[in-house]
Structures are given as structure tokens and as C-alpha cells.
Write a protein of this length. Structure first.
Length: 238
């Protein structure tokens, strides 16, 4: 019998054949409206975008708990209206619409396109699994140049509930039609990684901002600071 203390460590990523990515905050930079619309938003711009995003997530969780599902575009509108009101922005239908439109044309993070291209070139299947509606995901993916590098664009609309409900991650595994142990879930959102980990997937947390891990008793399989570091983790040739 081999002594476990002297045995080589088993690489948890050696069986991975498919990579599933969160969209917002992972592939798409949700802060990009601040750069695009900075002068129009003024000194409260960053605060507005931050509050908008927090309420967007909170409304998805609350609607799931209350069994009052609506699509993510409606949540995006309602959370923006809350943020504009909370920060006392003057009523401006043009500004509101322009902010909503930015969610359809978000910039990709600099490391996203090249990482997805390398995965595809090396035979990995790729998918997006997101709260966003199909229309939102296709629009943002096309604008960011990501769509041609993705095999499947998966929306929670097919499940009628939001992340981190286990049925959402199950949906991705079923659509990929590969065993769960061959699927790697990648997200920059710690709560999302926790949800996928709880479901039983191998997970990578892209912790760009050096945040502490969520205190949920669940550890990601690995933590990286950049999507480009997936190349080394999966041992891909550059």
C-alpha cells in the first residue's frame, strides 16, 4: 500500500473538460458605466453603480425567497430606480435609459477574451451561467466579443429561480451533458462560488479585489486573482 504522506497530491483539475463562467463581474465589467458616463453621473457615479448592483442581487434573492420570480431585466430596472431615488438623482428618463442600455454593452475584463480563446483552442467546452436574461447575455456577449468563444449561453430563466439555488447549477451540468466532476465553475462573486461549491462542483473564485472569503463554511477549490491564471491552473499551453 502506498503511504498517503508520500503519495503525489491528486490534481483536482485534471478531469475538467468544461468551464462554466458567471457573467456579471466575472467576464463583464459592471463598473464600466462609470467610465463611460462619468461626467453625467457626477461625484455620486461610483456610489450609484455600486448601490444599483447590490440591490440587483438582493432583489433576485428576495424574489426567490418570496416565490415571486420576474426576469432579470425587470430586476435591473427596479434596482436602478431604487438607487436613483436613494441617491436623490433628479428625474431624467434619458439618463435612466442610457444607464440601462450600458448593461447591454458592458466591457469585457481585459483577461476574459484571451482566456476563453485559449480554453476553446485546447478543447475545453465553455458556457456562461447567469441571472441575466437571454437577450441581455447575447447583447453583452456580442458587444464584448465573447459570444463566439462560448458554446452555451445559459440563463436562469430556464429554472424560474436565481443563483445560488442548486437547480441553477444543475441546469448547467444537464445542458453540458457531462459529469459534474468534469465541470469547473468560475466566478468573481464569492456567494456564487459558494453556491456552486455547495451543489458539488469544483470551483474557482476570481478574487480581483483581495476580499475575504464569504463566511458560509464552503471553500472554493482554488482562488485566483485573474482569469488569465486559469491557463496555469488547467495547464494549458500559452
Amino acid at each position: 500500500m502506498t503511504d498517503p504522506a508520500t503519495s503525489p497530491a491528486i490534481d483536482p483539475f485534471c478531469t475538467i473538460t468544461a468551464c462554466v463562467f458567471d457573467a456579471y463581474g466575472t467576464l463583464f465589467d459592471i463598473a464600466s458605466p462609470v467610465q463611460r458616463m462619468g461626467p453625467r453621473l457626477g461625484e455620486k457615479g461610483a456610489e450609484l453603480i455600486g448601490l444599483w448592483r447590490r440591490r440587483q442581487l438582493e432583489y433576485s434573492w428576495l424574489r426567490s425567497l418570496m416565490n415571486r420570480y420576474c426576469d432579470f431585466w425587470q430586476i435591473t430596472e427596479e434596482s436602478l430606480d431604487y438607487a436613483l431615488g436613494a441617491l436623490n438623482f433628479p428625474a431624467d428618463a434619458g439618463l435612466r435609459q442610457d444607464l440601462l442600455d450600458t448593461f447591454l454593452t458592458l466591457d469585457a475584463f481585459p483577461d476574459a477574451v484571451q482566456t476563453l480563446r485559449l480554453l476553446r483552442e485546447n478543447g475545453f467546452r465553455t458556457a456562461i451561467l447567469s441571472n441575466g436574461t437571454p437577450t441581455m447575455l447575447h447583447a453583452a456577449g456580442d458587444a464584448a466579443g465573447v459570444t463566439p468563444l462560448i458554446d452555451l449561453l445559459l440563463s436562469v430563466e430556464s429554472t424560474g429561480c436565481y443563483k445560488p439555488d442548486p437547480s441553477v447549477y444543475r441546469h448547467a451540468v444537464q445542458r453540458l451533458d457531462v459529469p459534474p466532476e468534469r465541470v469547473l465553475f468560475v466566478s468573481a462573486n464569492g456567494w456564487d462560488v459558494a453556491g456552486a461549491t455547495a451543489y458539488g462542483l469544483r470551483t474557482v473564485w476570481i478574487n480581483r479585489n483581495g476580499l475575504p472569503i464569504e463566511e458560509l463554511g464552503l471553500q472554493p477549490t482554488a482562488t485566483l486573482t485573474s482569469l488569465s491564471n486559469l491557463v496555469g491552473l488547467l495547464r494549458l499551453p500559452r
